[in-house]
Ligand binder design. Structure first.
Ligand code: HEC
Length: 157
């Protein structure tokens, strides 16, 4: 009788253990796949890879090859009197915006928020939605873990 009891407790323990592991991995995948919510067959790493090449072709000329922004972005204006491009690497304030706002900035530029905007951040008509999500996945992958964690908790994602 005692043996049967032990056997049952081990089985029950294993069930609970497997359950916790499954819940944990499910949570983790949900977070990792944040940017894949636009139907996409690519795995997260392929998405980031695609995002990095799109970033280099479309954004790096202003925001820098390493997302470091232009040197005097927060102290001076450029020769046209416009803002320089801020860093997107987690040191600027891009990460204060939720996904949707970031998506809209990239798709429509700052004009979407300020119709009188005359600066350099114009929209990107040529990129598909999936391409914009890939760029965002890439940008986010560069952020330090502390910023990612803060971002996920403030945006409830
Ligand atoms: C011609 C230069 C230029 C290009 C190209 C450009 N940007 Fe920008 N971007 C800017 C400037 C300048 C700002 C700041 C807006 C302002 O204050 O005028 C900005 C702002 C942003 C912001 C908001 C950052 C913040 O801290 O709030 C994001 C996000 C962003 N850009 C992403 C992108 C992405 C992604 C691409 C490529 C698809 C891109 N930009 C291409 C110049 C550029």
């Amino acid at each position: 009788m005692k043996n049967i009891f032990n056997y049952f407790s081990i089985v029950i323990f294993l069930f609970i253990f497997v359950f916790i592991v499954l819940v944990f991995f499910n949570e983790k995948n949900r977070n990792d796949n944040k940017f894949s919510n636009s139907v996409s067959m690519e795995s997260a790493s392929e998405q980031i890879l695609l995002g990095s090449s799109l970033y280099l072709n479309n954004c790096a000329s202003c925001h820098g090859n390493k997302l470091e922004g232009q040197p005097k972005w927060n102290t001076e204006k450029d020769s046209d009197g416009h803002n320089y491009a801020p860093p997107l690497n987690g040191t600027g304030h891009a990460w204060h915006h939720d996904f949707e706002t970031l998506f809209n900035i990239i798709r429509y530029g700052f004009k979407k928020m300020d119709p009188n905007y005359k600066g350099k951040m114009i929209g990107n008509d040529d990129l598909t939605d999936d391409e914009i999500w890939s760029i965002l996945a890439y940008v986010k992958s560069i952020w330090p873990d502390s910023i990612k964690d803060q971002y996920e908790s403030t945006n409830n994602n």
